[in-house]
Structure formats: C-alpha cells, structure tokens
Design a protein around this ligand. Structure first.
Ligand SMILES: NC(=O)c1ccc[n+]([C@@H]2O[C@H](COP(=O)([O-])OP(=O)(O)OC[C@H]3O[C@@H](n4cnc5c(N)ncnc54)[C@H](O)[C@@H]3O)[C@@H](O)[C@H]2O)c1
Length: 235
C-alpha cells in the first residue's frame, strides 16, 4: 500500500526513476512562461530570459532542462515551440486527460466551473455526488451524476483522473471505488490520509498546511521561495 498524507508530489517525467518533484514543479512554470512567449510571437528565447520570467536563476533552468536532454544552443537559446512540446511530453500533458470530480459541494462545483483546466489539457468530464438534492443539478455545462453509478460513469466518460472533493469520512471508500474503476491518478482535497495500492499516484492538496508554511516563513521574516523553487532546495 502506498500512503499519501502530504503534499509531496510523486516523481514524474522522463527516466526510470522520474524527475525530482521540485524539478517537475519548475517545469510546469517554464511551460507556462513558454506559452506566454508563444502568445507574443517569440520563436527563440535565451535561458536568461526564460529564467527571469519563470522566477528562477538561469543556472537552475539550464540544469533542469539538461535533465530532459539538451535543447538549447549556446548563443542562440531555445526554440520556444520545440521546448514547449518537449516539456509537455515530459509532463505527460500530451495525453488525453479526462477528469471526474467526486463530490459536488462548494469545492467540487467551483472546480467544475473553472474554465482553466481545459486549456491546460484536462477535460472535466463528470461531476458526481451522493446527495439527492444535488444529483441532477447543472454546474457549468455538466449535470451532477449519481456517485452510486461511479463505475459506469467512469467507463462511459473514459475517466483517467479523479479529484476527490468530499468529506474526509467518505474519502477512503470513494478512493477505493475510483481505484477499482481503473483510475491511476487521483488528486484529493479531503483532509485525511488515504491509502492507495502501488501503481496509483495520489496527490493531496492541503491549503491549511500551505498557509501554515507561509505563516512560518512570515514570522521568521524570510522568503520561503516560490512554489517550484523551494528555498535552499536547488534540486
Ligand atoms: N485541501 C484544501 O485546500 C481544501 C479546501 C477546501 C475544502 N477542502 C475539503 O474538500 C472537501 C469538500 O469541501 P466542500 O467545501 O466542497 O464540502 P461540501 O460539504 O460543500 O461538499 C462535499 C460534497 O461531497 C458529497 N459527498 C459525500 N460523500 C460522497 C461520496 N461518497 N461520493 C460523492 N460525493 C459525496 C456531499 O454530498 C457534498 O455535496 C472537504 O473535505 C473539505 O474539508 C479542502
């Protein structure tokens, strides 16, 4: 049984062992920055310019990108579209991700209404709940389905990623059903530790913990670094 109680990402990306979590987090930042360059019609970018908009040092950027293979040319920089494609592949974003949200309360509904996932390659295909008052309601362009039919809905929608936005007390049972339905990538907002079998990646989002970390750095009067470039962790 793998256990996921914290916010530590599982290794992802190229290579047998995957990239270190901090590198994966920074790759997502580079990817967003490259999207900005492309939108501005920029075809080539220097490591300094890309590092600057990403909020990291150019040495860190070059080290990160070298882990994916060397794509920069000295004096010429990186081809924006090429690098963006390569990062997308390394991050698994060229796959078709079909996301179901389990729990259509305040959080689940807000997530389902958010339009930004689709543009990043994540289609929200289902929203499920157990409450008869909520089942059948329209949220954005989705209609809330009955969580009792989770397996059938996942099959029909070809769900391959699930978000748990339900109470802690219901989370493990729902997680088990999601796993039994064949989903291998789960993001949980439930404030509890969940068990998943080997081969399933579970990430937990815990805003309260993040706020506590911020408070810790604030009371020490220091910068805790940006997400993706943790202070004192150049990995
Ligand atoms: N991690 C974070 O940063 C963060 C932030 C906000 C909320 N949360 C957590 O996210 C969860 C959802 O928060 P909320 O404010 O939307 O709560 P909510 O009470 O508004 O919604 C929870 C929904 O889950 C449904 N539900 C219960 N059991 C279910 C099951 N087995 N299958 C499907 N649906 C089920 C309920 O009917 C309800 O509609 C809570 O556990 C909350 O503590 C986490």
């Amino acid at each position: 049984m793998a256990r996921a109680g914290g916010t530590d990402p599982a290794p992802t990306g190229a290579g047998e062992r995957g990239l270190p979590p901090a590198v994966v987090a920074r790759l997502t930042v580079y990817l967003r920055a490259l999207g900005g360059f492309l939108a501005d019609g920029v075809e080539r970018v220097s490591s300094e310019a890309l590092a600057e908009v990403s909020g990291v040092s150019s040495a860190t950027l070059r080290k990160d990108l070298s882990q994916l293979g060397s794509y920069g040319t000295r004096g010429v920089g990186y081809e924006v579209e090429n690098l963006r494609q390569h990062l997308s592949e390394a991050l698994g974003l060229t796959r078709d991700w079909r996301v179901a949200i389990v729990g259509a309360g305040n959080l689940g509904r807000a997530l389902a209404r958010y339009g930004g996932f689709g543009t990043r390659g994540f289609d929200v295909v289902a929203l499920l709940d157990t409450d008869p008052q909520i089942i059948g309601n329209e949220v954005g362009w989705l209609r809330v389905g009955d969580a009792a039919n989770l397996e059938a809905v996942f099959r029909r929608t070809r769900t391959n990623m699930a978000v748990l936005a339900l109470p802690a007390s219901a989370a493990q049972a729902a997680c088990d059903r999601v796993v039994a339905a064949g989903v291998r990538s789960i993001l949980s907002f439930a404030p509890t530790i969940l068990q998943v079998p080997e081969g399933v990646t579970l990430r937990k989002v815990d805003m309260a913990t993040e706020l506590q970390i911020l408070a810790y750095h604030a009371q020490r009067g220091e910068s805790g670094g940006q997400s993706g470039e943790p202070a004192g962790d150049p990995a």
